[in-house]
Write a protein that binds this ligand. Structure first.
Ligand code: SME
Length: 166
């Protein structure tokens, strides 16, 4: 049994340090990317309060042929849209721009894709391997402006750790 938990009363920076350490311990030496993403989705859910969705979209061949798109990966939360074209919604914008998207109010984000009507704010971080985006980490919250720069930096560190492991 694994028993990773955030320390009681920890501030966001500490939570992210502990989350990264737990993700490192769980994924080190495991070559199966799906297993690693599944366990990290569970850790995100366990460590970060006030989420309604946490997980991965992977870059994969587009279903209709010609290029690539984001395809749903391991997650915790309600069933979600399966395929997202690059440039669409918050996830597609993160994938296309290769830049973190910190969205305080999803209703104000042009083209936001509402997978769960409860979502109010969102953080999406691209996972880059050798400069190429291979996945995004997506966090949704039912609270407006749930995510801050410490969350963005923490999830970017997690993405860097996971890039060779997923
Ligand atoms: N809201 C995202 C879509 C994914 S779900 O939130 C799980 C977006 O606009 O890209």
């Amino acid at each position: 049994m694994y028993d990773f938990k955030p320390a009681a009363g920890a501030d966001p920076a500490e939570i992210h340090r502990d989350l990264c350490a737990a993700a490192d311990a769980l994924t080190a030496g495991e070559p199966d990317g799906v297993a690693n993403m599944a366990n990290v989705a569970a850790l995100l859910w366990e460590f970060l309060p006030d989420l309604n969705w946490a997980g991965f979209y992977r870059v994969a061949p587009a279903k209709g042929g010609g290029g690539q798109e984001l395809v749903l990966g391991p997650f915790v939360g309600r069933p979600a849209c399966i395929r997202i074209p690059f440039g669409k919604g918050v996830c597609g914008t993160a994938a296309e721009s290769r830049a973190t998207q910190l969205v305080a109010d999803v209703h104000a984000f042009p083209g936001h894709i509402a997978c769960d009507a409860a979502s109010r704010s969102e953080l999406v971080v691209p996972v880059l391997r050798d400069g190429t985006v291979i996945a995004v980490i997506d966090l949704d919250s039912p609270s407006p402006a749930r995510f801050g720069t410490e969350d963005a930096r923490g999830i970017e560190a997690l993405a860097a750790l996971l890039a060779p492991r997923i």
